[in-house]
Ligand binder design. Structure first.
Ligand code: ATP
Ligand code: MN
Length: 429
């Protein structure tokens, strides 16, 4: 019976393991292998004079990253990983790896990001890389459990749509029989429609598609968004929900992913609540103290501005009270000062993590807002219809999962947080 490598201890008498050949070393009278599975690494030691000829034969021919089965006696030994080694009584190659390898899984030879992504399956054999995805899995699971505990229903909305959410041009058109269709840039309209359906709280973790031409370390053309929408809530209510979710996700990872965090050398600090709320007008003042290209009221925050504010604040924070003109039509203007709206961004000191708002729930105001953005209400009829038969006030946000994982683990490139990135130049694997 195969034992997970981690389960082999100095007390184990004999063991059978199956794993990948991580390293091969030959020291004259002794051969060493390191064998790796997802639970750990174990040393296999072959005293050449003491083992049967067939074992020597296999040991001589095996290549790195081949899959092998080893059965033998376990011995306590201080210098080996985990304080034990196996001396084989049986050694068998189950699947041979070609040489040379496209990249070095043991990371003695560093590889460029492109080389790594071209052979992502090999790259992901690295314990460090696997740890990122173990943590990403824990992030989406703990977020799902958290939102379910707050009464939100996990929904799935279409990714093939007829109209743009925001009428922007950053859409991927696709052929849909005889019709024009697009890949959805966000579940925004659909999650709002579920408020009209009386669901009161919904969430979705799913892909969003953005045909953005730029190639940066924090943009993907296919990203994963955690979207939430809640009825009878305003922007302040959903900012609290978002803040609670961030803290919960960090706490869960700190508690349940200690091995993966250690592998990555990350000492996860749970952010303190409440996150500061900084009005947009104040945010651009803070940025203008240090940045070269000054911002004026009504500008979007440049990456340099985001960094300047992040350096000043030094923790997660919200930017609130945005100019209505630079937010989407569905953001609710303040009734007493309609040039500002109830929109917010959640920021990590390094970058934007989430955008949200209380939404316009009044049909006529929404039509007016759509027109003000130069869009045509007719193309939004399927959406506007849901505002004419009893639409509760509601609010929500969308949070980028890759950016959340990237900032949690201090990764330098968003591509580290997605298995098979889609960017300006990459469509395979
Ligand atoms: P940015 O200004 O940083 O490009 P955005 O304001 O265009 O982001 P939103 O439309 O507000 O993005 O989407 C909500 C969240 O989804 C963002 O805060 C981000 O975390 C994530 N997101 C959006 N676009 C991308 C993308 N191209 N790649 C990765 N994550 C994204
Ligand atoms: Mn945004």
């Amino acid at each position: 019976m195969r034992l997970p490598i981690r389960a082999v201890t100095p007390e184990t008498e004999s063991a059978e393991i199956i794993g990948w050949v991580h390293e091969v070393r030959d020291l004259g009278g002794l051969s060493f292998f390191l064998i790796r599975d997802r639970t750990g690494i174990i040393q296999v030691t072959i005293p050449k004079k003491k083992v049967p000829a067939e074992i020597l034969e296999v040991a001589r021919s095996v290549s790195r990253e081949s899959v092998v089965r080893v059965q033998g006696r376990v011995k306590a030994i201080d210098k080996a990983p985990g304080g034990r080694e196996i001396v084989p009584e049986h050694l068998e190659i189950i699947s041979t790896a070609e040489s040379p390898l496209p990249l070095d899984v043991a990371e003695k030879v560093p590889a460029e990001m492109d080389t790594r992504l071209d052979s992502r399956f090999l790259d992901a054999r690295k314990p460090r890389v696997r740890s990122i995805f173990t943590i990403r899995s824990a992030v989406t699971s703990s977020a799902t459990a958290f939102l379910a505990s707050r009464g939100c229903v996990n929904i799935a909305t279409p990714k093939i749509v007829a109209a743009a959410t925001e009428g922007g041009t950053e859409l991927f058109p696709i052929a849909y029989f005889e019709k024009e269709a697009f890949m959805n840039q966000s579940p925004q309209l659909y999650k709002q429609m579920m408020m009209a359906a009386g669901f009161e709280g919904v969430f979705e973790i799913g892909p969003i598609f953005r045909a953005e031409e730029h190639n940066t370390v924090r943009h993907l053309n296919e990203a994963t968004s955690l979207d939430v929408e809640v009825s009878f809530a305003d922007h302040n209510d959903v900012m609290e929900l978002l803040e609670d979710l961030i803290v919960h996700v960090y706490e869960s990872a700190a508690k349940n992913c200690s091995d993966a965090l250690e592998e990555l050398g990350v000492d996860l600090k749970v952010p303190a609540k409440p996150f500061p709320r900084i009005p947009y007008a104040e945010a651009i003042e803070i940025a203008n103290r240090t940045i070269e290209e000054k911002l004026t009221f009504g500008d979007d925050l440049s990456p340099a501005a985001e960094r300047a504010i992040g350096d000043t604040v030094g923790q997660h924070y919200f930017i609130v009270d945005w100019p209505t003109d630079i937010r989407p039509y569905y953001a609710m203007p303040y009734p007493d000062r309609p040039e500002f709206c109830k929109a917010f961004d959640l920021m990590h000191p390094r970058m934007e993590l989430s955008s949200g708002a209380q939404r316009v729930h009044d049909h006529d105001l929404l039509v007016e807002r759509i027109r003000a953005k130069g869009l045509s209400p007719e193309s939004f009829e399927f959406y506007l219809k849901t505002f004419r038969y009893g639409m509760p006030p509601h609010a929500g946000w969308g949070l980028g999962i890759e950016r959340l994982v990237m900032t949690m683990l201090d990764l330098g490139n968003i591509r580290e947080a997605v298995l098979f990135p889609r960017d300006r130049h990459r469509l395979t694997p």
